[in-house]
Write a protein that binds this ligand. Sequence first.
Ligand code: UDP
Length: 329
Amino acid sequence: MGKKRVLITGAAGFLGSHLCDRFIKEGYYVIAMDNLITGDLRNIEHLFKREDFEFHHHDVSKFVHVPGKLDYILHFASPASPIDYLKIPIQTLKVGSLGIHNLLGLAKEKEARILIASTSEVYGDPNVSPQSEEYWGNVNPIGPRGVYDEAKRFQEAITMAYHTFHGLETRIVRIFNTYGPRMRLNDGRVLPAFIGQAIRGEDLTVFGDGSQTRSFCYVDDLIEGIYRLLLSDYAQPVNIGNPDEISIKEFGDEIIKLTGTSQKLVTRPLPVDDPKQRRPDITKAKEILGWEPKVSRAEGLKITYEYFKSLPKDVLEKVEHKDFTSYNK
Ligand code: UDP
């Protein structure tokens, strides 16, 4: 029997590239797909020479053709940071609607199991904390985040419809804030923003008063949770994230300590619809997958800082500051 074959979309992105590594390590044949709008081939170039890996430069919003059998599909293609949604709102909506429709059709055709990357953004600016899978969310459909939040909500809806109507094997992971090596330095997310600013000797920009909270999960923990969910028999959505909640201001202080920078925190206006709090309830992941995060923020941040420091100087300095100003309105 040959190797099991898995299609990973968004394979050149932060999470997609870590998934490629994990599935290669587990002995799968990996078919990687990315249109490279936000992905970066440098994240997967170490795999190009392998015989159990192939790469397709393709936009999944267009018809997806993959020759041969497929056992699993992991749909991770999507812009995934607030700055990206502002820059490429239509592509964000298309990959979460046309893209998922193509991949569900492919999964049906190939009789493959499909796992889709959903997000804590389905909870919007939540009125309950922590957020459990039963919470339906508080989302503004027409705000700047709406293109992402509603695409991901639609993605869950159509995935469940294929599951109930066609009997397709589907899995839905709701991913909370995740960090680690291969995050894009200029995607505007708080961790690369703070670490990049510290390395360049700039002040760290806290949006609003910094009292909003997030709960950061190290990437290896997240990948382990996704792997377990794919191999489970559970078709309802599952939160994967680290419940260790921290305010953005405290997080900034941690980064100042970690990097030893002599810069300070400065405030900028809070972006529209920025969620005030976010913390996953991971009871389901614990019970159904026997999963919980293992890497502390102190450990994870150290590894991530080393990664950013190791990047070439031109990458470290190539940050589009103008993006930040258009975002904070
Ligand atoms: N944030 C910040 N400074 C930055 C970038 C982000 O204070 O330079 C804040 C942002 O307003 C939000 C939090 O950090 O409250 C997390 O933002 P991120 O974009 O990383 O993720 P998301 O809002 O999608 O959780």
